[in-house]
Write a protein that binds this ligand. Structure first.
Ligand SMILES: Nc1nc2c(c(=O)[nH]1)N[C@H]1C(S)=C(S)[C@@H](COP(=O)(O)O)O[C@H]1N2
Ligand SMILES: [Mo]
Length: 335
């Protein structure tokens, strides 16, 4: 992977098309240019006594904090028992998979950093167990439980899905998880519920990107209820036959394979059934670039780049983008 820190955001095509390119404030550009001190200056100016760099802080990489590491280990060993889950043969078992290590080191997870190749090494302090989770709002049976308790209640399966980021990179990965519909059936949406809203954790002490106040944290996403109930819509708990590594959105995330990747929200703490279409983080930042629906469509360019082709992240091969990311037949009745 090229070193994106050394180039301005408009220099490389793939760089120029990152969602964060919409955030054009001074602090942002200073950080991109490698001025770790930019965040420090901001913090001091704001009268903040805790002088933390807004970019990668070396102390975050040392695994400091034995307690979280221990907790994570215990949870991981109990979670691993269910893996690998049986592969569902209805979902493209013959597709060649993207290289696992490439996928694990090329992530979008802005709670940590906007650098795709930097997410993984910033996740040491991220505590994924215990993980309180709420399924709430316009439902008959709201649930409030630990993510692992929920996972233990569900039957896990593996599905091979194509995954397409709005930035025009793509991969094919085996997710482990369960249909969101199975969870929604348990909580029983009320008749007034029309949309589902998803919320990610917001703990700046565990994820340094959350200290960047130019984003409207926490990360939120949403689906129409019929999209959420669609059998393709997955709650993923694992990838490549193992529990999700932190950088992929542990302990649970959404996967909506016919929509651009940012709809597949990571590390969910709350699922809320609501009556009105919820605002999402990306829609709030740039409504014309990242609208609520965001179905993959090669014929509809992003305002700043074409969506006609996509680059496979491991081989670098460029292929034609497919309508609804190849799932057009399956989702046709929704649109
Ligand atoms: N909470 C949260 N979820 C997120 C993101 C994020 O920054 N924060 N990035 C999204 C984007 S743009 C993409 S392409 C995918 C990337 O998933 P991966 O890193 O597991 O491949 O996660 C999506 N979910
Ligand atoms: Mo993305």
């Amino acid at each position: 992977m090229f070193n994106i820190q050394k180039r301005p955001s408009w220099y490389i095509p793939e760089r120029s098309i990152t969602p964060e390119a919409v955030v054009a404030n001074r602090r942002y550009f200073l950080k991109k240019l490698g001025f770790a001190g930019a965040g420090l200056l901001t913090a001091v100016a704001a009268g903040c006594s805790k002088q933390q760099s807004a970019t990668a802080s070396p102390e975050l990489n040392t695994g400091a904090g034995a307690a979280p590491a221990e907790t994570n280990k215990i949870a991981a060993s109990s979670a691993r028992a269910a893996y690998p889950a049986p592969r569902n043969p209805d979902f493209n078992p013959a597709w060649p998979l993207t290289d696992e290590e490439t996928a694990a080191n090329y992530n979008n997870f802005y709670e940590f950093t906007t650098s795709k190749t930097g997410v993984r090494r910033l996740t040491d302090r991220f505590v994924i167990a215990p993980w309180p989770l709420e399924i709430t709002g316009l439902v008959e049976n709201p649930m409030s439980l630990d993510a692992q308790e929920l996972i233990d209640q569900m039957t896990l399966e593996e599905r091979i899905y194509r995954f397409r980021c709005v930035e025009a990179w793509a991969m094919v990965v085996p997710w482990t998880g369960f249909q969101l519909s199975k969870l929604l059936d348990k909580v029983k949406p009320k008749p007034e519920a029309r949309f589902v809203r998803f919320v990610t954790f917001n703990r700046p002490d565990q994820a340094p990107g959350l200290r960047d106040s130019s984003y409207p944290w926490p990360y939120t996403e949403g689906l129409r209820l019929d999209e959420a109930m669609h059998p393709l819509t997955l709650v993923a708990t694992g990838i490549y036959g193992k529990p999700l590594p932190k950088q992929h959105g542990a302990p649970i995330r959404l996967v909506v394979p016919w929509k651009y990747g940012y709809k597949s929200i990571k590390s969910i703490v709350k699922i809320e059934l609501v009556a009105q279409q919820p605002k999402t983080l990306w829609e709030t930042m740039a409504p014309h670039e990242y609208p609520f629906e965001s179905n993959v469509d090669p014929a509809v360019p992003h305002p700043r780049w074409s969506q006609a082709t996509e680059r496979m992240i491991d081989t670098g091969v460029r292929v034609r983008t497919l309508k609804h990311n190849g799932y057009a037949d399956l989702v046709a009745k929704l649109y």
